[in-house]
Design a protein around this ligand. Structure first.
Ligand code: GLU
Length: 433
């Protein structure tokens, strides 16, 4: 198994309040387009529940440190809350709010029976030992208590969390249930290791979806990926797997940026060699021998056909959008392009495959894992990949056609489809009492 260390923790993210304003502006422009009922607009503009927990953890040196964890549950009209947990210094209630809203749109667009949630712990995981991270994760899970649950709110990996984090969470949650109920609670989290109820292929699901979105777009535009150049920001799980699949299709990786630096080589960077190098180099791509360093502020100006931001939010803004040379942006991260940046890109005729479509392979894979656990099944990798392909193709075609028919950008189209599905659920069920 290839273990990809997440190394995006130091890429600078703008203040989280920008993220809420951003997601609300995206939501409101789609809501205007479909003339969303004002009552539904009111409901979707707020988050249902916001949980903040402070909890103590014993460090390796014997001292106790207090951590703050968050879980924001935005909306559950379509099913249990669903979304990742990230470990990062920028995690706070506002970041969790914005990211939870994005999950609601993402699960709705993908046609999953889920709502949206997000959370995490405000910390820099590189500062803690594996044992400390395990104790932090277990104590956080315990502190969340019944605010999560397999039929209520199902966390998953996100930035700087992975299958190991989920294994600790599942084990802690199950250990707190009565013995006869433990096994039936395994699907409290998704993204677990394959040997502990995880789904074969969940590790590559997000990157596979990013790659497929690019492939589907190329097919619609009657061009092939053979010989196309691409740049990737973030060489964690999403960035690596996207590059892996694109390279297999004949596209050429020409630049990468991670938390530690940026590199480029117009002749091409071999993806597997870079992964091996970064794993031997503490998770960093810096000084990769077959590429030259680039100034971090010039990264987005590098000549390429496709640009893939796969790190954190608010990376493409009014300050750098005009320097982008790609004709396609595929959003592997959540919220990498802010509204001002997007306006500049659209004016330049650049297409953006929006995050809620582009990176939805991850949560679709999570849904498969959840079903697998619930039904006591074990799916094979090839079966998973076929099912992922079908779902992603269906979503992509819907968004593409909607955007063509309505003459709107793909993000607004994706939001319209997602919001209409939730609106329909409210119209059918009414508002209690
Ligand atoms: N963290 C991933 C996302 O942002 C996956 C969420 C999930 O699988 O629940 O989509």
């Amino acid at each position: 198994m290839i273990v990809v260390k997440n190394i995006n923790s130091k890429i600078k993210e703008q203040p989280a309040i920008g993220m809420v304003a951003n997601v609300m502006e995206q939501f409101n422009s789609a809501a205007d387009h479909i003339d969303l009922h004002p009552n539904i607009r009111k409901i979707l503009s707020i988050t249902n529940n916001e949980i903040m927990v402070n909890f103590p953890v014993k460090m390796d040196n014997g001292n106790v440190e207090i951590f703050t964890g968050y879980r924001v549950q935005h909306n559950n009209a379509l099913g249990p809350y669903k979304g990742g947990l990230r470990y990062h210094p920028t995690v706070d209630i506002d970041a969790a709010r914005a990211l939870a809203m994005w999950m609601t749109w993402k699960t709705s667009l993908a046609g999953l029976p889920y709502g949206g949630a997000k959370g995490g712990i405000k910390l820099d995981p590189s500062k803690y030992s594996k044992g400390e991270l395990e104790r932090i994760t277990r104590r956080f899970t315990f502190a969340l208590g019944d605010n999560i649950g397999p039929e209520y709110d199902i966390p998953a990996p996100d930035v700087n969390t992975n299958s190991q984090t989920m294994a600790w969470m599942a084990d802690t949650y199950m250990s707190t249930r009565p013995p006869a109920e433990r096994a039936a609670h395994q699907h409290v989290v998704t993204g677990k290791p394959a040997g502990s109820g995880g789904l074969e292929g969940r590790d590559r699901a997000t990157g596979y979806g990013v790659y497929l979105s690019i492939k589907f777009w190329s097919e619609k535009n009657k061009t092939s990926l053979e010989g196309k150049t691409f740049i990737v920001q973030g060489f964690g799980n999403v960035g690596y797997w996207t590059a892996h699949f694109l390279e297999k299709e004949g596209a050429k990786l020409v630049a990468v940026q991670d938390a530690y630096g940026s590199i480029q080589n117009q002749e091409g960077i071999a993806v597997e060699d870079l992964l091996e190098y970064s794993q031997l180099n503490g998770g960093s791509i810096v000084n990769f021998p077959h590429a030259k360093p680039v100034d971090k502020n010039e990264f987005f100006s590098i000549a390429c056909d496709i640009c893939i931001p796969a790190a954190l939010g608010n990376q493409i803004t009014k300050d750098n959008a005009s320097m982008i040379q790609a004709s396609l942006i595929a959003e592997g991260a959540n919220g990498p392009t802010n509204v001002e940046g997007e306006k500049i890109l659209l004016k330049k005729g650049i297409t953006i495959i929006p995050d809620i479509l582009c990176n939805s392979g991850g949560v679709i894979g999570s849904y498969f894992e959840w079903l697998q656990n619930r039904n006591g099944e074990l799916w094979h990798l090839d079966e998973v990949m076929v099912k992922l392909y079908k779902k992603l193709k269906d979503s992509f075609d819907k968004v593409y056609e909607y955007s063509e028919n309505e003459a709107i950008d793909m993000r607004t189209a994706a939001y319209c489809i997602a919001i209409e599905r939730i609106e329909q659920a409210y119209v059918q069920r009414g508002i209690f009492p």
